[in-house]
Design a protein around this ligand. Structure first.
Ligand code: PLP
Length: 265
């Protein structure tokens, strides 16, 4: 059972790496400039361990509760090996403290309140020796302006500039770049082209290279074509998830009653 899962993951990883190489070649880019980030949400720690054995050293999760438990479990199994955990799901302010303790990077930051909470929490974690480096943060932008699905409206350039500036000047954060998920039903090529234009606009204000976290199982070629430096891949590597990820499809508003975390698993 475990052996066949290991073999399955091995084949999927080989195929995915080849696919990413083809996408890079088609875009005239060096594949070395594109991180392949496995998204392990809904999958067990044993899959993370198997992928680690296959050479993966970074993983992404989308819910704090599931992630912090998995990080601990993987740590118990593998011991103190360097693994970079990325938070790619919606960050509630009251989860910032926990996220700052396990995450190497957060891709889904989209408000001044969350920036402030993460900065405070990362600073605390640095002071307590629970992390060694500032938390790397991406600003999530919304490509259709529907902010209920997460992200700052890509046309709200003043707010984007303000939030990028807040991230860049926060002592315990490192501003890395922009992240987006294309709107459901939208053409990924057009969506990522819009994102790429926004990256170029933001870039003019910064010395460091502004990265782009874009592309998932279904659309990574289009994302690579438009300058993605990090593709976040779940399904194409680990298989279908038992349930659709709530973070990607369900609008979360402050007034809506969030289901208890972990209730779907
Ligand atoms: C789940 C998730 C992914 C991975 O999606 P797949 O289509 O399974 O590759 C990528 N990004 C985010 C933000 C996610 O929540």
């Amino acid at each position: 059972m475990t052996d066949s899962r290991d073999a399955e993951l091995g084949h999927a990883l080989t195929a995915l790496r080849a696919r990413l190489e083809r996408a890079a070649a088609a875009a005239g880019r060096d594949v070395a400039g594109i991180e392949l980030l496995p998204v392990t949400k809904f999958f067990p720690a044993s899959d993370v361990v198997a992928l680690h054995r296959l050479g993966c050293t970074a993983f992404a999760e989308s819910r704090d509760q599931e992630a912090s438990a998995k990080v601990e479990e993987v740590g118990r199994i593998l011991g103190p090996v360097p693994i970079r955990w990325h938070m790619v799901g919606r960050i509630q302010r009251n989860k910032a403290r926990s996220v700052a303790r396990w995450a190497y990077a957060a891709h889904s930051v989209d408000s001044a309140k969350v920036v402030a909470a993460l900065d405070r929490s990362a600073s605390e974690a640095l002071d307590e020796g629970l992390r060694r480096e500032p938390l790397r943060v991406y600003l999530q932008v919304s490509l259709d302006g529907d902010e209920a699905r997460g992200g700052v409206d890509v046309d709200a350039v003043d707010r984007i500039d303000e939030l990028c500036g807040a991230m860049d000047s926060a002592a315990a954060l490192t501003f890395v770049g922009l992240m987006a998920v294309p709107p459901i039903g939208a053409d990924p090529g057009e969506s990522f082209a819009r994102l790429q234009r926004e990256r170029e606009r933001v870039q003019t204000a910064y010395q460091q290279r502004i990265e782009l976290s874009a592309g998932m199982s279904g659309d990574l070629e289009a994302a690579v074509q438009h300058g993605s430096t990090c593709v976040r891949v779940g399904t194409a590597l680990l298989g279908a998830r038992p349930l659709t990820s709530p973070e990607v499809v369900t609008p979360v508003t402050p007034s809506s009653q969030a289901p208890p975390e972990g209730s779907s698993q």
